[in-house]
Each structure stands twice: as structure tokens, then as C-alpha cells.
Design a protein around this ligand. Structure first.
Ligand code: NAD
Length: 264
């Protein structure tokens, strides 16, 4: 056995020369995570249904002296997934890390929820994750290396109260099981699959919900042991950890970052 002093020091959190694709990276958590990965040296491609915000994030990434791409794409569309992943590989030769972040939520009681809305949430939040993961597999399996990070939610583990969103809770539970299933299926191909399960984070859709009903917001915060929502920047350390060698033996893990919410 090697003496500890002789062991080569791994650059644990170094992402230099890693090529990353972040879905829904035009704003919110996706943008924050994309900037963090760039801070640690990664080249980052942003895929978003909104090309303007994708371009704005890509410009901020490029200002960090790494390479960036802005790609318009809908995560629910198979052709968009293939095109986006091909664009990354044609430009940078590899796709090392995929962050499946794009997702939406609405708050509606189950009895009023239309089947159309239910299906739409599943299409973006669940099918979108599978669609981009499958497209990435075609590249990552040939590389014999890949790292997929899904953005689930504490809502996939614990029913949030009092807001009603059976569609969102169950969709995020599906993301958790997609994460675990693909981690097991794709481990032999050298692909790791983990997920982040954030709690309430202050992003545009959450700010809107706060403004719509300040009393409800106070109630939500009273149920968070830390007594506040998270700043999107508070996910940066976790995504860099999952993306880097620091987590090299971790797969199928759901990393909860929720101010203690699901402990109660
Ligand atoms: N904000 C929170 O409190 C919170 C908590 C837990 C999990 N999440 C999850 O984090 C992820 C990001 O949420 P956010 O709060 O940053 O939301 P956001 O609305 O600020 O950002 C979502 C991004 O995804 C893009 N997008 C939406 N539909 C798309 C599609 N079909 N194809 C491609 N891009 C699409 C949007 O244009 C936007 O840029 C979502 O999966 C969400 O469920 C958020």
C-alpha cells in the first residue's frame, strides 16, 4: 500500500477541461450552477428554451476565461437533445458533465388540476431529464466517462404543505428514481448519476409565489428549521462537489439542501 505522503494529490475540485451542458441555465438555479462550474475551470454550454437568457448566461461564463455556448432547445424534444449534445461534442470533442436542471412548477389543488397541466409538468420535469440523459449516454458511453447531475427537489421526498402540487411532488419523486435507476444501469459504462434536492430557493418563480401571497410565504418559512429560503449561490458548492473528482465514488445519491425542511 502506498504511504499517504506518496499518493498523488488529486485536484479534487478542479474542472479544467471538463465540458458541461446545463439545461435551463438561462436563469435561476441553472445559471448559478453554470457560473460555479465555470469558476472551477469548466467550459459550459447553456441549453434553454429562451435563447436570450441562454446567451446572457453564456456571455457571463465567457468573461471567466473559459469557453461557453448558448443553444436554444426544449428539453422535451428529442431532436433538440441530440442537436445540443452534438453541438457540444463538435465544438469541444467531449461531453463530460450534464446538469438536468430545466423544470417548472405550478400550485393547484388536485381536484382543479387539468390533465393537460399534469402532463406538461411531467413532460418538462421528468421526460426532459430522461431525454437529455439518453442523448448524453450515446456520447458518454463511448467516452467511458460521464457525470449526470439531476435537479430534483425536496418535494420529491416530502409533501410540501400547505401548497398543493401533486404533479410537481410526484414528478420530482420520479426524477429521484430516474437518478437511482440510471446510476445502477450506467455504472458499468463509467457514468455517475446523482441528484440535488433543493428546498425553497429564491429564484424568479419562487419570488413570484412570495409576492402573490406574503402570508403563505411566512408560513412556508416557519416550517424551515433554518427559518429562511436558500440563496441560489448556496447550491454552488454542492454542484461543484458532484461534478468533480471529490465525489468520484458517489453515484445514485440524492443530496438534500433544504435548511433542514425534510428532517421535521
Ligand atoms: N427555486 C426553487 O425553490 C427550487 C427548489 C427545488 C427544485 N427546483 C428545481 O430547480 C430547477 C430550476 O428551477 P428555478 O427555480 O431556477 O426556475 P427558473 O424558472 O428560474 O429557471 C428555469 C429555467 O428553465 C428554462 N426552461 C423551462 N422550460 C424549459 C424547457 N422545456 N426546455 C428548456 N428550458 C426550459 C427556463 O427558460 C428557465 O431559464 C427546476 O427543475 C426546479 O424544479 C427549484
Amino acid at each position: 500500500m502506498m504511504d499517504a505522503k506518496e499518493k498523488p494529490m488529486k485536484p479534487l475540485f478542479n474542472l479544467k477541461e471538463k465540458n458541461v451542458l446545463v439545461t435551463g441555465g438561462g436563469r435561476g438555479l441553472g445559471k448559478t450552477m453554470a457560473l460555479a462550474l465555470a469558476d472551477f475551470g469548466a467550459n459550459v454550454a447553456i441549453v434553454d428554451i429562451n435563447l436570450d437568457t441562454a446567451k446572457a448566461t453564456a456571455d457571463e461564463i465567457a468573461a471567466k476565461n473559459v469557453n461557453s455556448l448558448a443553444i436554444m432547445g426544449d428539453v422535451t424534444n428529442e431532436l433538440d437533445a441530440t442537436k445540443a449534445i452534438t453541438a457540444v461534442v463538435d465544438t469541444w470533442s467531449t461531453l463530460d458533465i450534464l446538469v438536468n436542471n430545466a423544470g417548472i412548477a405550478t400550485v393547484e389543488p388536485a381536484e382543479d388540476l387539468s390533465l393537460e397541466t399534469f402532463k406538461n409538468i411531467y413532460d418538462i420535469d421528468v421526460n426532459g431529464v430522461f431525454n437529455f440523459s439518453k442523448a448524453a449516454f450515446s456520447v458518454m458511453s463511448k467516452q467511458k466517462y460521464g457525470n449526470i447531475i439531476n435537479v430534483a427537489s425536496m418535494a420529491g421526498i416530502s409533501v410540501l404543505y400547505p401548497q398543493e402540487h401533486v404533479h410537481y411532488n410526484s414528478a420530482k419523486a420520479a426524477v429521484i428514481m430516474i437518478t437511482k435507476s440510471l446510476a445502477v444501469e450506467w455504472a458499468p459504462f463509467g457514468i455517475r448519476v446523482n441528484a440535488l434536492a433543493p428546498g425553497y430557493m429564491v429564484t424568479p418563480p419562487v419570488i413570484k409565489l412570495k409576492e402573490e401571497d406574503p402570508d403563505r410565504w411566512e408560513h412556508w418559512m416557519s416550517r424551515v428549521p433554518m427559518g429562511r429560503a436558500g440563496d441560489p449561490d448556496e447550491l454552488q458548492g454542492a454542484v461543484v462537489y458532484l461534478a468533480s473528482n471529490a465525489s468520484s465514488y458517489m453515484t445514485g445519491h440524492i443530496m438534500v439542501i433544504d435548511g433542514g425542511y425534510i428532517c421535521r
